[in-house]
Write a protein that binds this ligand. Structure first.
Ligand SMILES: [Zn+2]
Length: 419
């Protein structure tokens, strides 16, 4: 039995064919653009299929992340230490492109992956870091006031003025730009789109996780049920702390399921505070069907594992990783540029029949509080509505579709394509 290898899994998935054991020593040509993946410069290489398979597997399995010494201040793998980032290959689905190149050399054909003949998929997702703006408003106002005074003492009058204007805006008891679920639903529904909202499943609104919201809150429960009833997906936004403890993760999942009265299948960690491969194992053990954590988040965009194609990272287990590539910011100074980045990623993802996943935070809907962010999102939706080659759908549909395609293909691929 061939050991678990994500390259063979990918080829079998994309082509519907198992590679023959006899050909693993066959030599293939690696064009110069892929040279850095093999530790070399941009030069033409000749390697065996076995070597290429090991290289690709290690990138997808995130072997470089397994060491304990390469973490940032949030105890996550340090973006700047990634080989793909260092070699400047992190803004393309470079691994998918290499797999396609090998498939071509093997004279195999990529089959149609997506339903209704679509070229690629796009999933719209929202992390719900903040639920509403009026809970604990007094605490926030005190904080803004403190910042206003501090800015004044630092002779930064403009910032002081901004904080005072913010306090004034929030004196209107009807004002709550943070709670924007109805607006998200109306905006996406205009195009017939549905998305995934990742909610926390925390017991307490105030805890060492910060000022968040509790699954027991009646308004939270009503909101997630309304989203679900209307076709939006609810996933778990797992807490920052105790991120590698199964008991904590299972508890949060159960809490959210209790609020929704339905199983939760997807998980994304707050701050993307994951550690591969352990986090995958935890998600699987906690009963999740998919993870959507393979991204950088924050200020960094790109393809963390060089891929836009979902895969089953753990041998013999059903869990699927659906990587994501693009995250918003509290303020997008240049929405046109951001939209261009999205189009650039989309073009590349279409070429490899992949799935592009974007994440816009629930609380950044308002143009006054988060300038440019919603404008960038609207531009993305406009271009998606015009592109008839794209399947726009919640993550759960990509998960179900992938499972059915895997089954199409003789069942479990995770035990390796070669026998
Ligand atoms: Zn978050």
């Amino acid at each position: 039995m061939m050991q678990h290898n994500l390259f063979y899994q990918g080829v079998q998935f994309l082509t519907g064919k198992k590679l023959d054991l006899d050909i693993t020593d066959q030599i293939i040509n690696i064009p110069p653009c892929f040279g850095p993946l093999f530790g070399g410069k941009e030069e033409k290489l000749s390697v065996s299929i076995k070597e290429a398979a090991t290289t690709i597997h290690d990138i997808l399995y995130r072997k470089e992340e397994h060491l304990h010494s390469n973490h940032d201040k949030w105890d996550r793998f340090d973006h700047d230490q990634s080989a793909l980032v260092i070699s400047g290959l992190d803004h393309s689905p470079i691994v998918d492109e290499l797999v396609f190149c090998i498939i071509k050399q093997l004279k195999l054909t990529v089959r149609n992956i997506w339903p209704k003949g679509k070229r690629a998929a796009v999933c719209l997702t929202h992390d719900v870091d903040q639920f509403d703006g009026r809970s604990y408003l007094i605490l926030r106002k005190m904080w803004w006031f403190y910042r206003a005074i501090l800015s004044l003492t630092l002779r930064r009058k403009e910032i002081c003025k901004e904080y005072l204007a913010k306090i004034r805006r929030w004196t209107d008891s009807e004002y709550d730009p943070v709670y924007a679920f109805n607006k998200w639903m109306a905006l996406e529904d205009k195009y017939g789109f549905r998305s995934t909202f990742f909610f926390f499943g925390l017991k307490h609104a105030l805890s060492r996780e910060g000022r968040l919201y509790s699954f027991r809150n009646r308004r939270v429960r009503e909101t997630i049920r309304r989203l679900d009833k209307n076709g939006w997906e609810i996933g778990l936004h797992a807490g920052y702390h105790r991120n590698l403890e199964l008991e904590s993760l299972s508890g949060q999942k159960k809490n959210l399921e209790d609020a929704l009265n339905k199983k939760i299948l997807g998980c994304r960690h707050h701050f993307l505070r994951v550690r591969f491969p352990k986090s995958w194992q935890l998600y699987e053990d906690a009963g999740f069907a998919y993870s959507s954590n393979m991204a950088w988040g924050g200020e960094y965009q790109g393809f963390r594992a060089g891929t836009s194609i979902p895969y089953k990272p753990i041998a013999g287990r059903a869990l699927i990783e659906i990587p994501f590539q693009l995250m918003d910011m509290a303020c997008i100074e240049n929405p046109v540029e951001y939209h261009q980045l999205f189009l650039n990623y989309l073009k590349k993802v279409k070429k490899v029949n992949g799935c592009l996943v974007i994440d816009f935070h629930q609380q950044y809907f308002d143009e006054v509080e988060s300038p440019g962010t919603n404008r960038a999102y609207r531009m993305i939706l406009e271009s998606l509505a015009e592109d008839k080659e794209i399947w726009v759908t919640p993550l759960i549909d990509v998960h179900s579709h992938f499972c059915s395609k895997y089954e199409d293909n003789g069942g479990d691929l995770t035990k390796g394509a070669l026998r």
